[in-house]
Design a binder for this molecule. Sequence first.
Ligand code: PEP
Ligand code: MG
Length: 324
Amino acid sequence: QKAEWAKLKNEKSYSADGHQVELVANIGTPNDLAGVKSNGGEGVGLYRTEFLYMGRDQLPTEEEQFESYKAVLEGLEGKPVVVRTLDIGGDKELPYLSLPKEMNPFLGYRAIRLCLERQDIFRTQLRALLRASTYGNLKIMFPMIATIAEFRQAKAILDEEKEKLLKEGVAISETIEVGIMVEIPSTAVLADQFAKEVDFFSIGTNDLIQYTLAADRMNERVSYLYQPYNPSILRLVKMVIDASHKEGKWTGMCGEMAGDETAIPILLGLGLDEFSMSATSILKARSLIRKLSRADMEKMAEKALQMSTTEEVIELVKEATNTK
Ligand code: PEP
Ligand code: MG
């Protein structure tokens, strides 16, 4: 099996009936690039920039960040790289910001909420990204967007920094896409409106599942409620994909679900354009997708959306993919 996967390293990702998708990697540092290449990644679908800020006692400078972003963009040689702006808070703390303890950190002051308030931090990161943009195919993604107002504000700050840099004579790529993570149910429900303003969506199922079923992703006691295949999740995913396509945009997924063998057939059927996962899952996923008919998976996904439980969905996928 390993030998079969290795042969797919330099292949594109097609279903058995010729529908193309993109299989890309989640990374945390430039050091992860080697793994992306050796596993046949077609790019990076989620660069979690938090690690630049963690394990140290002060904020990273614009220059330090620029070097990291440049290294990743250059290393990928023109392949797409989706960089997520700082998603700190929740389970990830930064001691040197000395943020007050909260009752519900996952529902609190984190990610874009913090960045819109601490604009010094946000603007420094955006400047580093914009300066690095000419070294590859950069896409910028804002995390934890809950309202259109947040997206507009973040986008306006990005545009301001762009203007400033251009005035300073700095070269900036003219083709940077700007998108959002869909990991809060309000944003999935309102995807048709967001789709008019963003360039792309990436569904963050790790959080979307916890917020939809109100089950803390770290809490073992309620882990039975953390259900990726729950039809409620599948319907939200469908809403997001359909909304993006209607506006000529694309949708990816960068939560764990994107690399999951049971989920992949459904996601292919729902029309997901980009699957972002840990690099070590890519070849296995490519091999699986090559065996699936997108037309058949579309019919299967239609049925899944009409089911009422997780168990029924799992059973359906097993039957449709002959893995029972
Ligand atoms: C997600 O929420 O699905 C996601 C990819 O982000 P993180 O796991 O970093 O919260
Ligand atoms: Mg998340």
